[in-house]
Write a protein that binds this ligand. Structure first.
Ligand SMILES: [Zn+2]
Length: 592
């Protein structure tokens, strides 16, 4: 079972584990199950951090005449960034330090002759240097202030041995720095404590395979660290905060994070992690954004105010994308683009749940929730590309995000943005089709059971559609009234917008196929007025001259509560903002 170990960074490890005397020099270590054996070892020197160079020594058991070594072309962002371009002075030698022939095969692959004089050499040692000084959760940085490391950016792998155990070990760490990483320290690792005042070595950290190794970012520096107990289902879990940056009110931050953690674990029916860490960088020098990992997230924002929405989004990722994961992203191919149509769901619906979490916990008012919804509609409607690029195509084309031209409104939409709106639309339609007895929450829980808990991957939009259908069908059983739709919608609304594709609902035998065809894989205009009306909301419109702008986008549309909402519309509206359904009297959806 994973757990958190706090280790002394610079002193004798055996005597100072839990000592408050050494609390100033702690190493936070989050752990995963211990691998059975270690095969590939990485020693990473942080000497002279001001030079921004990691000096990596990789030790590989030799099993064939040739050993191929690769550096990933991408990680963290869906962008080819060719980390091999940062590698210099790549060399190989045997255990006796005799150099071995190395041949570069392509931008990220080296071939090493590991068979000489008729037999395999022993103790292949590869050495290289890689330069990183880029801030933020999607990058890696080494400077006089700290190191933040996405390990896939600095560690090569042996392609056919990615599934084997790994050991990583940091050396020449400045004496007053600490280390936080979600990897298990190898209990057998020797004590490499340095004399007082000198740089130190961390313990050996182990991972069961390369993919797990590089899903554990590392922070080394002078950070604040504290923890709280979170999670409402069963035993609480330890939530760690590793904080680097501007002064922060620990209590306020802990309160905000605990509300997010408690709501999302409650809604999803439990915490799928033994422990979880928020790696937070707050200030103008750390870049911006959040990156999800299996048992932690790395978030960098300019100010405390921005932390809330990003934290709610990243924490929900521990289900949606990390565990409820599309087959198209597995197994990871680090050398080239992996094309997926699922990011509207994996990212966009994660944003739906960030907003839901904030309003359902009271971190946002209802007015803030509706303002955000209106802002999302304005963002989509401001992009001419919505007429020809679908949410699925936007997912596929994410690899073009690195081109500034592509990000213009005429060239692309955002799968975050349209996906968030598709999530709200599906929620409203599920509630409408089941008389508010089921919701999108049930879809997330069903996919968690079907895929995450069974170790299976889902087939992009097709399996999302299937889960929606099943949730609605289950609630409709026994309620069928052939020919009488719960909220039949004519083909065209008075405002001229087409019906959303499932107006007749499951009781009349229709399905969500039309919805997915038109708005997920297709580019029909989303019928916001009709959708919102089903939830007792209206879509208002201002003239361009009266509309204010948010991040350059004129806020022409706005969402408000409909004054004359019916009892049914009110139940759906309240269900969305409170996270409840009418499936059981007084029974919140969260415990279903
Ligand atoms: Zn995300």
């Amino acid at each position: 079972m994973p757990f958190v170990v706090i280790l002394s960074g610079a002193r004798n490890l055996s005597c100072s584990f839990w000592s408050s005397v050494c609390a100033f020099a702690l190493v936070l270590v989050l752990v995963a199950p211990a691998p059975a054996r270690a095969t590939i070892r990485y020693d990473v020197s942080l000497a002279h951090p001001e030079r921004h160079q990691f000096h990596v020594t990789m030790t590989v058991p030799v099993t064939s005449p040739w050993t191929f070594v690769q550096m990933p072309a991408w990680n963290a962002l869906y962008q080819i960034r060719d980390f091999g371009a940062r590698v210099t002075d790549f060399r190989a030698s045997d255990a006796a330090n005799n150099s071995l022939p190395v041949r570069r095969l392509d931008k990220g692959t080296w071939q090493i002759d590991t068979y000489s004089h008729g037999s395999a050499i022993s103790g292949l040692r590869i050495q290289y240097t890689t330069f990183w000084d880029d801030p933020g959760p999607f990058d890696t940085q080494l400077n006089s202030d700290h190191a933040f490391i996405n390990l896939a950016m600095i560690l090569c792998y042996v392609p056919e041995r990615r599934g084997e155990d790994d050991v990583v070990h940091f050396t020449d760490v400045p004496r007053d720095w600490r280390t936080a990483v979600e990897l298990l320290p190898d209990k057998a690792s020797p004590d490499k404590s340095a004399p007082s005042g000198a740089a130190f070595d961390t313990p050996n950290f182990v991972a069961p395979n390369y993919d797990a190794l590089v899903d554990a970012p590392v922070e080394i520096g002078q950070f604040e660290e504290w923890s709280f107990t979170g999670g409402t289902q069963g035993a609480g879990r330890t939530i760690r905060v590793v904080y680097h940056g501007e002064r922060v009110d620990h209590d306020a931050l802990t309160h905000m994070l605990s509300q997010i953690v408690n709501y999302e674990t409650g809604m999803m029916g439990g915490a799928p992690f033994p422990e979880y860490t928020f790696f937070l960088h707050v200030g103008p020098n750390y870049g911006g954004g959040g990156m999800e990992h299996a048992n932690c997230t790395a978030i960098s924002v300019d100010s405390f105010a921005q932390l809330m929405n990003v934290s709610a989004h990243e924490f929900f990722h521990l289900w949606n994308v990390k565990r409820i994961r599309p087959q198209t992203l597995e197994p990871v191919d680090y050398t080239r683009e992996m094309y997926t149509r699922a990011l509207w769901f994996a990212e966009g619906v994660t944003s739906t749940y960030a907003a839901y979490t904030l309003v359902r916990t009271g971190l946002w008012s209802h007015a803030q929730f509706l303002a955000d919804l209106g802002q999302q509609i304005n963002e989509l409607e401001s992009r001419p590309a919505r007429a020809w690029q679908s949410a699925e195509e936007s997912s596929l084309d994410t690899w073009l995000d690195k081109y500034s031209l592509y990000n213009r409104p005429e060239f692309s939409i955002s799968y975050y943005n349209k996906g968030q709106l598709l999530g709200v639309a599906l929620d409203i339609l599920i509630r409408d089709a089941t008389d508010n007895r089921a919701s999108l929450d049930d879809v997330m829980r069903r996919m968690n059971r079907e895929y995450a808990e069974r170790g299976r991957f889902y087939d992009d939009s097709a399996d999302v559609e299937r889960a929606v259908e099943e949730v609605v069908r289950d609630e409709a059983v026994g309620e069928a009234e052939p020919g009488s739709a719960p909220n039949a919608v004519p083909g065209t609304e008075p405002n001229g917008e087409a019906n959303p594709g499932v107006g007749a609902g499951p009781r009349a035998g229709s399905t969500f196929a039309d919805f997915f065809r038109r708005y997920v894989s297709g580019t029909d205009e989303m019928p916001f007025a009709d959708l919102l009306a089903r939830a007792g909301l209206t879509l208002g419109m201002l003239s361009q001259s009266k509309a204010s702008a948010v991040q350059g986008v004129p806020q022409v549309y706005y969402v408000q509560e409909a004054p004359g909402a019916t009892e049914r519309q009110l139940r759906i509206r309240n269900g969305i903002v409170q996270g409840t359904t009418d499936a059981g009297v007084g029974r919140p959806a969260a415990v279903r």
